[in-house]
Design a protein around this ligand. Sequence first.
Ligand SMILES: C[S@@+](CC[C@H](N)C(=O)[O-])C[C@H]1O[C@@H](n2cnc3c(N)ncnc32)[C@H](O)[C@@H]1O
Length: 246
Amino acid sequence: MSRKTPTAYATDLAFIHDAGFGDFAREASAFLIEILRQRGISRGLVVDFGSGSGILAECVSKADYEVLGFDVSRAMIELASKRVPTATFRHESFLDAQLPPCVAVTAIGEIFNYLFDRRNTNARLRGVFRRVHAALRPGGVFVFDVALVGRVPEGIRRGFTAGPDWACLYEACEDPLAHTLERRITSFRKVGEHYRRDAEVHRLRLYRRAPLLADLRAAGFRARTLAGYGATPFPPGYAGFVARKA
Ligand SMILES: C[S@@+](CC[C@H](N)C(=O)[O-])C[C@H]1O[C@@H](n2cnc3c(N)ncnc32)[C@H](O)[C@@H]1O
């Protein structure tokens, strides 16, 4: 694990992501289930890259699909395994994932942007697209979203989000030349009488829509972009992709 930073969603940020930011994965799950059913695929294996606390795994398991999840955060894997004991979760980078035959592959919540695994490059991602295409059954779908160049056009943004027993503050800084984004996150989580403080720094590389679409098509997919998974549009500087194996 030396290639990875030690701060990939440790215990408190994993808890906070699950408690406060799960609606995005819920909308993505409903979208996925709908497009699978439209294609007459009512069962089979869904592979979830960056499976987080298992929110998508729970939704698609309830809809009768099986789930195999991959995540580099041990804390996330623990939450997911408790939430969906019937699913399989591996503590592995999506770059190392061995893909069994499946009906869908998902990567929800900027998974391909993160540089926790420093080997994450455009060339490696193209290899992942080819492996996903090979693993999907005909008609199967690949659904993911990414942060784009211009995610923080003002250069630097600060904000906070709070729940009943937690809060997190963030500062996001986009480097317009390197096409990277750095998020410094300070979290506070109530443990007993007190709030525990923790901090993580997340580095992301940012994409452009057209080259990603071209890479998906070169891997054999029919691909299009999405403005949102459901009623909630993606924020500016963000895009979703649906790619189908013919
Ligand atoms: C924003 S969270 C999204 C989690 C989940 N998909 C959801 O929507 O709730 C990003 C997740 O991606 C995971 N992640 C980042 N880089 C990864 C990699 N190279 N391989 C697998 N998981 C990764 C993180 O550990 C984290 O759990």
